[in-house]
Design a protein around this ligand. Structure first.
Ligand code: SF4
Ligand code: SF4
Length: 79
């Protein structure tokens, strides 16, 4: 079974501390240009592939990240 991982970011909970940027081994995060309601630059996804290690979810002090795992339909690769 193969999986695709996606991180959901709560942009208003994020305090822009950058811990997820430091810990992500795949460079999945970068800062937004705008400020959120709390006056922080939240993070956004870069488009780099998430490997589902959960380091960002575990380390985020503001519980702003959620990891979604989806099964990949391998039959689409077999054709
Ligand atoms: S789960 Fe791992 S690879 Fe995916 S965004 Fe978080 S730290 Fe990066
Ligand atoms: S660790 Fe959490 S609060 Fe800090 S920048 Fe990442 S998502 Fe935002």
């Amino acid at each position: 079974m193969r999986y695709r991982y996606t991180v959901i970011i709560d942009k208003e909970r994020c305090k822009g501390c950058g811990i997820c940027i430091s810990f992500c081994p795949r460079g999945v995060f970068e800062f937004e240009d705008y400020l959120n309601e709390g006056g922080h630059h939240p993070v956004r996804l870069t488009g780099n592939e998430c490997i589902g290690c959960r380091a960002c979810v575990i380390m985020c002090p503001d519980i702003a990240l959620e990891l979604i795992r989806e099964e990949i339909d391998e039959s689409t690769y077999a054709r």
